[in-house]
Design a protein around this ligand. Structure first.
Ligand code: FAD
Length: 232
């Protein structure tokens, strides 16, 4: 479906990531984890890119995308928009979804790949789903952890949620895991990995590496769902 909407709020999440919140278009029904095609105007030309809907269907008064700003044309055009500016949205799309159909899930995120997983966690937390969720989230630096405070808050609200972050270039104050997600880390953080359905999202290379690890652990293909963001 095709919608016209307006920016209602812009939130700086990390030094190079912003969330853009729009008035939620009436009639847009989507499942947690789905994406939209966003069209914006820049100097007379239209630019279009796909973005995860990072807000949950339970957040009924806005629709959100969360973008890593790269300095490339779309990033620049999006970052120049202001509250009140118009955007066009085509949605919903995608099969990378979770609405409570599994008892245990594991979410593996790399950087900006947290967006659909944030949506899924928010949906499960708001609906008090019984699903046992483990998020293993990898970033380069500790100040790059997107939604850090919110993930901690959801962990406090949701007894079925475990959040584990790892960083590859830790600061001196970092107390969490260090290094990329590897087989040993998956085994340690998710000991019951055979019982879980995995959702992986991040840059292509990260997603490919995770699939290799899970296959090496003999996790059946039907228990692995993946989405990757090209261009990172
Ligand atoms: C299903 C799906 C969901 C997605 N969800 C998200 C999301 O939630 N958040 C998010 O941030 N992204 C998401 N993406 C990726 C997003 O659609 C864009 O591809 C990405 O944000 C790149 O935008 P950009 O502003 O960097 O580049 P654009 O300006 O759109 O350029 C596209 C690509 O061209 C290349 N390029 C352009 N200009 C230059 C240049 N000057 N030098 C070198 N290379 C250049 C780069 O590879 C760049 O990535 C998603 C993608 C998919 C398929």
């Amino acid at each position: 479906m095709h919608f016209e909407t307006y920016i209602k709020q812009i939130i700086l999440q990390t030094p190079d990531v912003k969330s853009f919140r729009f008035d939620r278009p009436e009639g847009l029904n989507c499942n947690p984890g789905q994406y939209m095609i966003v069209t914006i105007k820049s100097e007379g030309t239209e630019l279009r890119e796909p973005f995860t809907i990072s807000s949950s269907p339970t957040e009924t008064d806005f629709l959100e995308l969360t973008k890593k700003l790269t300095g490339h044309p779309f990033s620049k055009a999006l970052d120049s928009l202001k509250v009140g500016d118009k955007v066009i949205i085509d949605a919903p799309f995608g099969e990378f979804t979770f609405k409570g159909e599994y008892d245990k899930i594991a979410l593996l995120a790399g950087g900006i790949g947290i967006t659909p997983l944030r949506c899924i966690i928010r949906y499960a937390t708001d609906n008090q789903l019984k699903t046992d969720i483990i998020l293993l989230y990898s970033n380069r630096f500790d100040d790059e952890i997107i939604f850090k405070n919110e993930l901690e808050e959801m962990h406090r609200l949701n007894n079925n949620l475990k959040v584990v972050c790892t960083v590859t270039r830790p600061s001196e104050k970092w107390k969490g895991l260090v290094g990329r997600i590897d087989k040993e880390m998956v085994q340690k953080v998710i000991p019951d990995y055979m019982e879980r359905v995995f959702y992986i999202c991040g840059p292509l290379k990260m997603v490919e590496a995770m699939v290799v690890i899970l296959k090496d652990l003999n996790i059946p293909e039907k228990q692995i769902k993946q989405e990757y963001f090209p261009g990172y």
